[in-house]
Design a binder for this molecule. Structure first.
Ligand code: C5P
Length: 216
């Protein structure tokens, strides 16, 4: 059994890389960011403010989040595509600071990973969710490189985007994720740092596959 934890800032390529490594090694891939995005989507749709902890707890109690064939299912609906906007990124980052939200999602994450080989990506996987993972990778890249990747991705989908705005949003989200009180984004002591600024996707995937071969 091998559990691989991939953490790092937004736009470092975690999801793309984790999915590909998972395919190569036959591991189930769990995108924890998608779970925070789904909760952000629901709380925002309901107009619940981040300081309304009672309403948040009530909503969480009646919320189900699941992965089916790589799709994220919120209360029975596939929300995989609609959670991928810059707006939902912001909500996810805001609501992910709330202890009730984190504890509910961390419970689900640990339950999904229990007793099987997985690759899970997020911000606190190596430091909190799977502290005894066999391999921990901290994936990072220069913030301008990350902004440019996101910009190219949006442009390729025909979405109008402004590089400087995306760069500002990425830096703001980094700040929020690294400075929140609960489970902030930090590199685990036993994680291997991989700066992907000058690496291709293939190079990153092959590097992680080689690391996995060494620990299993
Ligand atoms: O990885 P992604 O950009 O989809 O994550 C969206 C947001 O969810 C992050 O900015 C972060 O605030 C939050 N998140 C988190 N812990 C995780 C995964 C994501 O707080 N394990």
């Amino acid at each position: 059994m091998i559990r691989i934890a991939i953490d790092g800032p937004g736009g470092a390529g975690k999801s793309t890389i984790a999915k590909l490594v998972g395919d190569k090694l036959g591991l189930e891939y769990i995108d924890t960011g998608a779970m925070y995005r789904a909760v952000g989507l629901k709380l925002n749709r309901k107009g619940i403010k981040p300081d309304d902890l009672i309403s948040i707890s009530n909503v969480l109690e009646e919320t189900t989040i699941d992965f089916v064939n790589g799709k994220i299912i919120l209360d029975g609906d596939d929300v995989s595509d609609i959670i991928r906007t810059q707006e939902i990124s912001k909500f996810a980052s805001i609501y992910s600071q709330i202890p009730e939200v984190r504890s509910k999602l961390v419970d689900i994450q640990r339950r999904i990973a229990a007793g099987k080989s997985v690759i899970m990506d997020g911000r606190d996987i190596g430091t909190n969710v799977l502290t005894d993972a066999e391999l921990k990778v901290f994936l990072t890249a220069d913030s301008m490189v990350r902004a440019r990747r996101r910009y190219e991705e949006l442009r390729s989908k025909g979405v109008n985007a402004n590089l400087d705005d995306i760069h500002e949003e990425i830096k703001e989200r980094d700040y929020q994720d690294m400075n929140r009180k609960l489970n902030p984004l930090v590199q685990a002591e036993d994680a291997i740092r991989l700066d992907t600024s000058d690496m291709t996707i293939d190079e990153v995937v092959n590097t992680i596959v080689a690391m996995a071969a060494r620990v299993s």
